[in-house]
Design a protein around this ligand. Structure first.
Ligand code: F6P
Length: 555
């Protein structure tokens, strides 16, 4: 434990505490009555995104104080250090350089004596060659048939990012190519994989083993089952094991040795770097399933959109900087208004997996309680974050948002335009109507959350159970359209938001030590379950659960 003062000891934090006291009883609707300038004051545009923070429970004065806090916490310097490739991941003593994965080919970034950009683009070229081969129907299985199904086996960052983007950009699948479908299996129980194995043809199925460490048991157990399935179907007849390995497996990892040990042929290994964190890795080789699904051009557009956000993050003044502003709204809610739940609500069906993706990005990054100098944080850090498609959530958990006892911050996310590419006029018109309906719901919900009963014009007397108190803060993010480029900037926006919050909280957003102990204990528990030995050393609850499973197995 060191003597370093934590950020909550700084006058800038204390000024915010005093200010929060004065703001505590101010209702959002009053803030809108006070000023007709909230929208120009609190909204900003950059990189194809429009960020409206006017429905946050703050005043201009609040934001000024938060900006002062960001400065004293070293946010401007932190941004510079992150983007320059300095060792910002202190506990693992390495840079966090996901932004290098989206630098253009003619850029240079010298990190500890080496320009990392050429390596990034070499990998992109190798990915492009693989994608071309799939799309030309030239990637053939062991029996000579062209591959039609690519299954990504990965978990966490090696699954959630590619899954989210592949789904989000499904309208961008290239036409006139050999059809290849991309699928994802992450669960260690094998349930997702088992479903594919009953439906797919082994002759035309290829597996991408995605794992930064190449030690993750979830992925490796799925991989072993997949390998056994392929060998069982393809080796007894015409094929041979090496051929199956060459034609049906690609490996993506930061550990080429481990890929080789597992049997991935050199030509099928895509490598990335230790300085890319798992949950920040969709921009490089881990993004291979995305590139197979939507084509390399769209994948490069995704990178370009993220890079545009990176440049904005690097160059915009703090008061105009979208990631900084989004982060400060979160800090204000968590640390000063005691709002520790945060819901992500996309009004765009294609963003179905966006909330799960952000759950890892935000909570695995900032779910920490030890500062960089080893003290226990005396303040709250990452809120509990969850979400679902907004329209579906309206019929599920919005009741709690409107009338529950929890204050919750909400992010509403929607594209302004939709369905322009539908060729049939009648269908396009109807779908556009559905889009309008969706936007109406999105705007209506944030209004009711803000105003409560006041959102209704004929506001007569009502019983308590029909009362809406409002005052729930929200952010609205509008994308010009959902394109590879705007999706790239949206994801980069949240990545940088997480970094800014971590800088203010003085925690490391790039490690995840909190998940290690569970893995160790699971290995020990598996030994007990399999061997029937050592159960008596466990606690009473675990012992009874294990014994119940043994009894069930005997029946
Ligand atoms: O256990 C957590 C974690 O390490 C995540 O950070 C990571 O995204 C996931 O597991 C998968 O790890 P890997 O890509 O090494 O298989």
């Amino acid at each position: 434990m060191t003597e370093t003062a934590t950020i909550d000891q700084h006058p800038a934090w204390k000024a915010l505490l005093d200010h929060a006291e004065a703001m505590r009883d101010v209702h959002l609707k009053d803030l809108f009555h006070e000023s007709d300038q909230r929208y120009p004051d609190f909204s900003r545009r950059a990189a194809g995104l429009m960020l409206d923070l006017s429905k946050q429970r703050w005043r201009r004065e609040t934001l000024d104080k938060l900006l002062a806090l960001a400065r004293v916490a070293g946010v401007p310097k932190g941004i510079e250090r992150l983007l320059a490739g300095e060792r910002v991941n202190l506990s693992e003593d390495r840079p966090a350089l996901h932004t290098a994965l989206r630098l253009p080919a003619d850029a240079h970034l010298n990190v500890e004596g080496e320009d990392v950009v050429p390596g990034v683009h070499r990998t992109l070229k190798r990915m492009a060659a693989m994608v071309d081969k799939f799309h030309a129907g030239q990637w053939r299985g062991a029996t000579g048939k062209a591959v039609t199904d690519v299954v990504n086996l990965g978990v966490g960052g090696s699954d959630l990012g590619p899954l989210m983007v592949t789904h989000a950009l499904a309208d961008y699948r290239p036409r006139d190519i050999h059809p290849v479908e991309v699928h994802f299996a992450s669960t260690m129980d094998g349930s997702q994989l088992a479903d594919y194995l009953t439906r797919f043809n082994p002759e035309t199925t290829l597996f991408v083993l995605s794992s930064k460490s190449f030690t993750t048991i979830d992925t490796l157990s799925n991989a072993r089952t997949a390998q056994d399935w392929l060998m069982g179907h393809l080796v007894n007849g015409r094929g041979d094991r090496d051929l199956v390995m060459r034609q049906h497996f690609i490996g993506v990892s930061a550990s080429p040795e481990k890929m080789s040990e597992w049997g991935i042929s050199d030509a099928n290994q895509l490598e990335f770097w230790e300085w890319v964190g798992g949950r920040y890795s969709l921009w490089g080789a881990i993004g291979l399933p995305i590139a197979v699904a939507v084509g390399m051009d769209n994948f490069r557009e995704l990178l370009a959109g993220a890079h545009e956000m990176d440049r904005h993050f690097a160059n915009a003044a703090l008061e105009d900087n979208l990631p900084v502003l989004l982060a400060l709204a979160g800090i204000w809610n968590v640390n000063f208004l005691d709002i520790r739940a945060h819901s992500i609500l996309p009004y765009e069906g294609r963003l179905e997996f966006f909330a799960s993706y952000l759950e890892q990005l935000e909570m695995e990054s900032n779910g920490k309680s030890t500062t960089n100098s080893g003290q226990t944080t005396p303040y709250s850090t990452c809120p509990v974050l969850w979400g679902q498609l907004g329209p579906n959530a309206q019929h599920a958990f919005y009741q709690l948002l409107h009338q529950g006892t929890q204050p919750v911050e909400c992010d509403f996310i929607a594209p302004m335009r939709r369905y322009d590419r539908i060729e049939d006029d009648a269908t396009r018109a109807l779908l556009k109507e559905q889009h309008r309906l969706t936007l109406a719901n999105c705007f209506a919900q944030s209004r009711v959350l803000m105003l409560g009963d006041e959102a209704i014009e004929d506001d007569g007397p009502r019983p308590n159970h029909k009362h809406y108190r409002g005052n729930q803060p929200s952010t609205t993010l509008l994308l010009d359209r959902l394109t590879p480029s705007t999706l790239g900037s949206l994801v980069a926006l949240y990545e940088h938001k997480v970094f800014v919050q971590a800088t203010i909280w003085d925690i490391n957003p790039f490690d995840q030590w909190g998940v290690e102990l569970g893995k160790k204990i699971a290995t020990q528990t598996e030994r007990v379950l399999a061997s029937h030995e050592g159960v008596e050393a466990l606690d009473e609850s675990s012992r009874h659960l294990i014994e119940a499973v043994w009894r069930a197995e005997e029946q």
